[in-house]
Design a protein around this ligand. Structure first.
Ligand SMILES: NC(=O)c1ccc[n+]([C@@H]2O[C@H](COP(=O)([O-])OP(=O)(O)OC[C@H]3O[C@@H](n4cnc5c(N)ncnc54)[C@H](OP(=O)(O)O)[C@@H]3O)[C@@H](O)[C@H]2O)c1
Length: 331
């Protein structure tokens, strides 16, 4: 639905060609945004201050949505914790500081639930963000993003013209997700493993961990909608969760995906591999109160769309460089 608000705005969307970013870009265009700039990493490596300045000089945004990040599941986080911390922190610190210097009217930070303490009472409330150390396997990533939330809050206090907001989406899934087993999150990894096992008529699929942790998942198009609504309507230093409010165990999720794909074999659990955070579900009431966001897509519908997309795009996904198939990874 086109709106006058977006039609007249100059918007820069970092990470706009990534999984979440491409859905935000699609929605912004549908809303009538005619002036959208998406900096690609090969031209604007946002770890470099010079590239950040060049991006702002070229695009002169009124609104900047910062969705660029180094993202991955447990395996990727464990292999490169330094990269997850440094790249995400340095990109964000510079992109936020230059937003201030270039007079950006609205800055939207995309955070992560990995910033929450390992043992946060469920459902996670935004007030609990600072009450403990994050789950170890992805703490460097979560802490880098948490620094940026603190930066936004500090800037709002020091610079009255700086209108930065922080959003905390839960685990996302949907068309366009990363299906590379080395770096993927749990849903695309399961979709791929069950699809390949079904084709090869395998009798068993082994997944990481015990299957007992619970997770909440948000369909990526719903998340994009929440971000666009917040960019337009929300303006406070309090971070806001974006979730669906629905919690499911990894075991039940695996059974659901296996069923949708038609995998009839046995699911085995490799308990020697980490489970990640024991429970994750967000309190989503602030997003409802703050800018009227409620997720709309039921899990099954989102899973069906994801599987359909994977089937249509398999050949290009398989062309991607794959190392040894290793794991189901859970953010
Ligand atoms: N996926 C999830 O489940 C999830 C859940 C909660 C929060 N989030 C957050 O949502 C955001 C997007 O995640 P995603 O899953 O969509 O990630 P993604 O598909 O991996 O996309 C990441 C994007 O970041 C850009 N990028 C990475 N390093 C960069 C650099 N040095 N300079 C410039 N651009 C760089 C990439 O640009 P190029 O395409 O040009 O390489 C890419 O477009 C992230 O902030 C992430 O923390 C994701």
């Amino acid at each position: 639905m086109k709106t006058a608000f977006w039609k007249s705005k100059r918007v820069t969307l970092t990470g706009g060609s990534g999984f979440l970013g491409s859905h935000i870009a699609t929605l912004l265009k549908e809303m009538g945004c005619r002036n959208l700039f998406i900096p690609r990493r090969r031209e604007f490596d946002l770890r470099q201050r010079e590239a950040v300045v060049r991006m702002y000089k070229k695009s002169r945004p009124e609104i900047l949505i910062h969705a660029a990040a180094v993202v991955g599941g447990i395996g990727a986080n464990r292999r490169a914790p330094g990269t997850f911390l440094y790249d995400n922190a340095i990109m964000g610190l510079q992109v936020i500081e230059m937003a201030r210097q270039f007079g950006v009217k609205k800055f939207v930070l995309i955070g992560t639930t990995c910033s929450y303490p390992k043992f946060t009472p469920v459902p996670f409330k935004e007030e609990d963000l600072w009450n403990g150390y994050p789950e170890e396997t992805n703490a460097p990533y979560g802490i880098a993003k948490k620094v940026l939330i603190a930066q936004i809050q500090a800037y709002r206090k020091q610079y009255p013209d700086f209108h930065g907001i922080s959003l905390i989406p839960v685990n996302l899934f949907g068309p366009g997700d990363n299906f590379n087993l080395q770096t993927s999150h749990v849903i695309p990894a399961m979709v791929r493993k069950f699809s390949e096992a079904t084709e090869k008529k395998k009798k068993q699929v082994t997944l990481w961990g015990t299957g007992t942790p619970t997770r909440e998942f948000l369909y990526v198009e719903d998340c994009a909608e929440g971000i666009v609504m917040a960019a337009e309507k929300y303006d406070s230093l309090e971070p806001v969760n974006l979730g669906s409010g629905l919690e499911i165990s990894i075991k039940n999720l695996a059974e659901k995906i296996a069923d949708l794909i038609g995998f009839k074999g046995e699911i085995l659990w490799d308990a020697s591999q980490p489970d990640g955070q024991p429970k994750r579900r967000l309190d989503t009431s602030k997003a409802v109160a703050g800018f009227g966001f409620r997720a709309r897509t039921p899990l099954e519908v989102g899973l069906e769309k994801t599987i359909r997309w994977y089937r249509l795009n398999r050949s290009s996904i398989e062309r991607e460089k794959e190392l040894d198939a290793c794991a189901v990874l859970q953010e």
